[in-house]
Design a protein around this ligand. Structure first.
Ligand SMILES: Nc1ncnc2c1ncn2[C@@H]1O[C@H](COP(=O)(O)OP(=O)(O)OP(=O)(O)O)[C@@H](O)[C@H]1O
Ligand SMILES: [Mg+2]
Length: 305
């Protein structure tokens, strides 16, 4: 299998400001690849270069075997795009938004109608097909945007924060659909702030910060390599914050203190819990390591600050 996307030294500047700082990565055909990172990391800018919405400043970029600088129209035929911002047409009702989109792709009217009907059923908006877009809730608009991105049966589906603002039921509905598409060999490229989403869906993730990619790999592998299995979380008084470094110094644990809590990445968490309890610490929470811990370890900062 080849690569659906391939980037080498991909750079984007806005004036003097570097938004994407010469990144290298490949998205393999048929995989689900996620980009995670805090606000302003450069995720959307990266996506926009890939879906031909903004030109790169320098570097190499190949999308479905073509260069977005040379033949954006050819590439766009095979892309489904769910942008971060709402780009629905407020002049039209729900179903017309889908049908007009189908027209851009030259999809015959009958097929477009059938496809729109199926997608509206899937996103549970069949009963609202004649509603003006402005009358929908923000979660419903998000669902409609996802349906629109699927109208042309894309080979590569690009989703920028697909489930932001969705309730848990709608989020699971979308996750199921994305899993089905992946099984049908559609390549998925998504950004997300939800670590659970990245861990659930993505074969591989790139951790991005300040325009750079800090690590790439399967979520489980990144967690094992950078963190281990478990983490201890403690909420500390200022007095405890001062004494804790001394209290853990003889234990093989790495410590991160954020504004809200103290995290201990340890190989043998159980014995450390016993030790800390004996030393008078309370409210020790033992939990599995996550991608959020990977981010904190790589940058020294919380993902959401
Ligand atoms: N059109 C633009 N003009 C100038 N600067 C921009 C433009 N678009 C993005 N930037 C800047 O580029 C940087 C990266 O922005 P980008 O939108 O790619 O981040 P992001 O990772 O998608 O963040 P978020 O999680 O908030 O969506 C930011 O510093 C942003 O201010
Ligand atoms: Mg963004």
């Amino acid at each position: 299998m080849g690569n659906a996307v391939s980037a080498r030294g991909l750079l984007k500047k806005f004036g003097d400001a570097v938004a994407v700082d010469g990144i290298d990565f490949d998205v393999r055909e048929g995989e689900c690849f996620g980009i995670i990172g805090p606000n302003g990391a450069g995720k959307t800018t990266t996506m926009k270069m890939i879906y031909c919405a903004t030109p790169r400043t320098s570097g190499e970029l190949s999308v479905l075997g073509r260069d977005p600088g040379d033949c954006p129209e050819e590439i766009k035929k095979d892309l489904g795009v769910i942008p971060q911002e709402n780009t629905l047409d407020t002049d039209f009702d729900v179903i017309t938004n889908l049908l007009i989109h189908a027209r851009y792709f030259g999809i015959p009217r009958d097929r477009a109608r059938a496809c729109a009907g199926e997608l509206l059923e899937f996103i549970q908006l069949s009963e609202r097909e004649k509603s003006p877009v402005d009358d929908l809730s923000s979660g419903m608009r998000r669902r409609l945007l996802i349906a629109r991105g699927l109208m042309n049966d894309p080979r590569l589906l690009i989703l920028d924060e697909p489930t932001v603002g969705l309730d848990p039921q709608a989020r699971h509905l979308i996750w199921d659909k994305l899993r089905m598409l992946r099984k049908a060999s559609v390549t998925l490229l998504l950004t997300t702030h939800y670590m659970e989403e990245a861990a659930e869906l993505c074969d591989r993730v790139a951790v991005m910060d300040r325009g750079r990619i800090l690590a790439i790999g399967p979520p489980g592998e990144l967690i094992r390599t950078h963190i281990g299995e478990e983490v201890l979380e403690l909420v500390l008084s200022s007095e405890d914050q001062e004494r804790i470094p001394g209290d853990v110094q003889h234990h093989p644990a790495r410590m991160e203190i954020t504004s809200q809590k103290c995290l201990l990445y340890c190989e043998d968490c159980r014995s450390l819990v016993t030790h800390l309890t004996e030393r008078g610490y309370r409210n020790i929470h033992r939990r599995p390591a996550t991608l959020e811990d990977v981010f904190l370890t790589l940058t020294g900062r919380d993902l959401v600050e």
